[in-house]
Design a protein around this ligand. Structure first.
Ligand code: CTP
Ligand code: CA
Length: 233
């Protein structure tokens, strides 16, 4: 019935969830980071445990405690996150990229602390683009048939609406599902609740009304479950 919840519809499945913001070191004491709290990814991991899955949580920086029942792999940089996600994805039925991997890293990491110059000048930091883990997963499919899910925070602009940008990102990334947050009215980062549209590569669009990150997590798994390949375990 409606009160019974989703049950153990992920039993026998291995799911991988990434969460949090990666940090790219500049020197021993400094890094480039972002404001991702990791809360949506942690909610996804907890919801998957509740639905019976074996869960690998690849966690970049967060201030959250490890969720009970999940195998947590801590990472720092986007390169480390890529390694951990690809390793865990080898036997995964689904991979959900809720992390905010830094798009760029400093080309050079100084072994010594960068010091101020006496003449008041400031260093220029050269950046290189990081690999796109989601696009790589979607193209390479470490396990054939695995469901690949991405996230996108979008705003509308002169080039298109939020949904137009999101459809283009879904196609560009090649994933099966894209969870879209409209951040036009202010950032979602660090908030307790969320609303979203879950777009499918099959053309589907499911609106998830304003609610907790736990509720959105379950709504995402509700979209993943019917797309899972046969042959659990
Ligand atoms: N992502 C990833 N690897 C990266 C950057 C992003 O796997 N190096 C994933 C995120 O985890 C998310 C999705 O890609 O699931 C979309 O992230 P987003 O930052 O919106 O996409 P980008 O391609 O980086 O585009 P933008 O230029 O808009 O930041
Ligand atoms: Ca990005």
């Amino acid at each position: 019935g409606a009160d019974a919840g989703p049950g153990l519809d992920l039993a026998g499945r291995h799911v991988v969830v990434s969460a949090g913001g990666t940090r790219e070191p500049l020197d021993p004491v400094r890094f480039l980071g972002n404001r991702s709290s990791g809360r949506q990814g942690y909610a996804l991991a907890r919801a998957a445990v509740a639905r019976g899955a074996r869960v690998t949580l690849v966690a970049a920086h967060t201030e959250l405690a490890d969720p009970a029942g999940a195998h947590v792999v801590r990472v720092g940089t986007t390169a480390e996150l890529r390694e951990a996600v690809l390793a865990a994805a080898g036997d995964a039925d689904a991979v959900v990229m809720a992390a905010a991997p830094a798009d760029f890293r400093p080309v050079a990491v100084s072994e010594a602390k960068i010091k101020k110059a006496d003449d008041g000048s400031a260093p220029t930091i050269e950046l290189a683009q990081n690999p796109d883990v989601l696009a790589e997963l979607a193209a390479a499919r470490p396990r054939p048939g695995a469901v690949v899910v991405g996230f996108a925070a979008e705003t509308g602009d002169a080039d298109g609406t939020v949904l137009e940008h999101a459809r283009a990102k879904l196609a560009r990334k090649g994933c099966d599902l894209l969870v879209v947050n409209d951040v036009s009215g202010g950032a979602v980062f660090g908030r307790d609740d969320n609303e979203a549209v879950v777009l499918g590569a099959d053309g589907s669009a499911v609106e998830v009304p304003h609610g907790s990150k736990t509720r959105l997590a379950h709504a995402i798994w509700d979209q993943v479950v019917p797309r899972l390949h046969d042959g659990a375990g």
